[in-house]
Design a protein around this ligand. Structure first.
Ligand code: NOJ
Length: 692
């Protein structure tokens, strides 16, 4: 430990930088000893490093803050250790990709105090898990603070040997970008989760956990290999305003020998606070259909008129379809007034309680009840936060009274264009991940809980594991989903899902809305053309088998069957898989894959109502390259036999010319077998292993 340094010496060291010999270092190792996270005050700067099996993962990187009115916390700070702890427990998710989760870490708390003014200090709480490390700042006794910079750095050594997979941070399209694969050195400002692979085959992902009353973090490149936290600014240009003591979100670094190690980590959930809502039996996973895709392909409209989608008649039909084919819910978009004209620009016109004349909300709700189907609510705000907050409770009360238990919300507005009136009535324009908007999302979810409603947020701030604390935050979008394949934008390229699996999906569930069965809607397209090159195919860049595989590969406790009901009736054999596949899992294992190339997932169903808990499902998806995959079935139970119901691309499947060709076959298998299957370009594989 550091020897006590007399005050005079401290004054001298304030001028003469302290020699290395005097520097204090505190190390924290993971339970398996592979990771070592070190804090030091070398040169009287607050810094950390991370090594894995002795190899540097993060080179010395700054910690600290600058503030609007208070003095910075960074230079002339000395380190001391406060406490250590160890933790190993298990907890159960009410729903999830994995029912039981182990929370196993070593912890250290360190304090960085100013050399002379001991009232100025910040504390770092750090945890080392076997699969990664996390730390957060805890500020106490510092009064009210307005953060103008968070100085946290991530200095990645060997950057010339690294490849990054990323989307731009704080851009116009929020999180709805195609992922880029570039040398690490070419990254500018990136959102998290931010995934990096190294020439030696190892991987890291940088992200954050428990984003509460703070701004979302992007990573801003300062120089080769050195990134600094970039917090989404508030409308007034500051970053975060805090009154009294606070903690920041956790900064997380997950590491792996293989890409799938990142996917199999649930560290971010462990870093969030336990369920704050008590009994959440009313939060129910399941599958839904909706009056939705019709609007995206131009067949229906959200607003009033001849093509109005949300009519009473059509909703009754959809409810009947849902009841007949075992769906839990029917989403209805465009039932409420405010959609006419340019709805994206007119956020203040949305009503959350008033229906269009051709939509009898009481009648459809009654019918849904009589059929044992739930209406799924919809609140599109177009980013009009103040308009929504003013009506939110009325909207929730109405839905609760109608028997609704889930609401899809939407915030269609470009980056830094969410509208919030301040206390003086002045309209402010905010980022999706600025502090006030982060708080709005949490306020929305907490208020919904009072009405026993779950929320599926579209155009949401990124997921940071808050579903543990608020299990009614049941899903979200926060990436380009299936809707991009509907004709109003360049479709997602085949590598998009293998990219999502190792980037966006590290954060948590995504309401991607899989299951398009009819790809041929060219006359309904609104844009595109040959100048879009490979994108000129205005439809999912997908085979039919891949649409099924999405239900296993892309995790969400609520999954949509996104296409028009009639398109499912046209392909009843393929539809069987959507009817069978559950959305709640006992366990999930990412088995194989490479970022942006392919992904193979196995999931065991959770025992529940119609599900025995004995069956397993497999999903595989490839990029634009056909590939053979070979999957040993070692995840199946010992001594058990299964009927493998296989939905695979056929030899003649071609996503451009023959996308619907699919082989459905059955085979008896045990855990000693291996499945060898060829995925066609933009193809996929879906398997149900039904226990015999
Ligand atoms: C964007 C959402 O992602 C989409 O699903 C929805 O249909 C539209 N906004 C309208 O709310």
């Amino acid at each position: 430990m550091r020897q006590t340094i007399p005050v005079l010496a401290l004054l001298i060291t304030a001028i003469v930088i302290m020699s290395d010999a005097n520097a204090e270092t505190v190390a924290l190792t993971s339970p398996n000893k592979a990771l070592s996270l070190t804090f030091s005050d070398d040169e009287q700067l607050a810094r950390y490093t991370l090594t894995r099996k002795g190899k540097p993962i993060v080179a010395p990187s700054k910690l600290g803050f600058t503030f609007e009115k208070a003095r910075p916390m960074y230079r002339d700070f000395l380190l001391s250790e406060v406490s250590r702890d160890q933790h190993d427990s298990e907890w159960e998710q009410p729903w999830g990709e994995q029912r039981i989760i182990r929370n196993h870490y070593n912890e250290v708390v360190v304090k960085f105090s100013h050399v002379s003014d001991k009232t100025r200090f910040f504390t770092i709480r750090a945890r080392a898990f076997n699969e990664g490390v996390a730390f957060r700042y805890e500020l106490a006794g510092q009064g009210d603070l307005t953060i103008t910079r968070e100085l946290t750095e991530f200095t990645l050594p060997d950057s010339h040997l690294a490849t990054a997979y990323w989307i731009p941070g704080q851009g116009r399209e929020r999180y709805e970008y195609l992922y880029r694969k570039t040398p690490l050195q070419q990254v500018a400002k990136a959102h998290t989760p931010f995934t990096v692979s190294y020439k030696d085959g190892s991987y890291i992902a940088i992200h954050e956990a428990a984003l509460v009353d703070y701004a979302g973090m992007s990573l801003d490149k300062q120089e080769v290999g050195r990134f600094v936290a970039s917090l989404a600014p508030r409308a007034d240009g500051t970053l975060v305003r805090k009154q009294g003591d606070f903690v920041t979100p956790w900064r997380t670094i997950t590491v792996g020998d293989e890409a799938v190690d990142l996917v199999n980590s649930l560290m971010a959930l462990n870093l969030n606070e336990p369920n704050a809502l008590g009994n959440v039996d009313w939060v129910v996973p399941g599958k839904y259909i909706g009056i939705w895709w019709g609007m995206h392909i131009g067949k229906f409209t959200w607003g009033a008129g001849e093509k109005h989608g949300a009519t009473t008649e059509r909703t009754l039909d959809y409810i009947n379809f849902a009841a007949k084919y075992g769906f839990d819910g029917v989403l209805v978009e465009g039932w409420n007034t405010g959609w006419d004209g340019n709805w994206i620009a007119n956020s203040e016109l949305f009503s959350f309680t008033e229906s269009y004349a051709d939509f009898d909300i009481n009648k459809v709700a009654e019918h849904a009840k009589s059929k044992g189907v739930k209406l799924v609510g919809h609140h599109e705000t177009s980013g009009g936060i103040t308009n929504y907050e003013a009506q939110m409770e009325d909207g929730f009360a109405l839905y609760q009274q109608l028997g609704v238990s889930q609401i899809k919300t939407g915030y269609v507005a470009h980056g830094q264009n969410l509208k919030r009136r301040d206390e003086n009535g002045i309209m402010r324009y905010e980022f999706t991940d600025s502090q006030d908007v982060v708080n709005h999302f949490i306020h929305n979810v907490k208020t919904a809980a009072k009405y026993e409603l779950s929320i599926n947020t579209h155009e949401s701030v990124k997921d940071t594991g808050l579903r543990r604390t608020y299990p009614n935050w049941i899903s979200r979008e926060s990436a380009r989903g299936q809707e991009y394949n509907s004709g109003w934008a360049k479709p997602n390229p085949p590598e998009h899902i293998p990219m999502l699996a190792f980037t966006r999906m590290l954060a948590g569930p995504m309401d991607f809305t899989p299951g398009i069965f009819d790809f041929d809607y060219p006359d309904l397209n609104t844009g595109g053309g040959p100048e879009w090159g490979e994108h000129s195919y205005m439809r999912p860049h997908s085979t039919l088998a891949r649409q099924l595989a999405q239900y296993v590969v892309i995790y969400s406790p609520i999954q949509m069957a996104a296409d028009l009901p009639e398109n499912y009736l046209d392909k009843p054999d393929a539809f069987t898989f959507i009817q069978d596949v559950p959305t709640d899992w006992e366990q999930s294992i990412a088995l194989q894959g490479e970022v942006g190339d392919f992904i193979v997932f196995a999931r065991q169903e959770k025992q529940h109502k119609h599900y025995s808990g004995e069956d397993w499902y497999l999903g595989a998806i490839t990029d634009e390259h056909a590939r053979e995959i070979s999957v040993p079935l070692t995840f199946l139970s010992e001594g058990a036999a299964y009927e493998a119901q296989i939905y695979r691309d056929a030899d003649e499947t071609n996503w451009q010319t023959n996308p619907y060709a699919m082989v459905i076959e059955q085979r008896r298998v045990t855990r000693d077998d291996t499945i060898n299957v060829k995925l066609s370009a933009a193809g996929g594989l879906a398997v149900r292993f039904k226990k015999l």
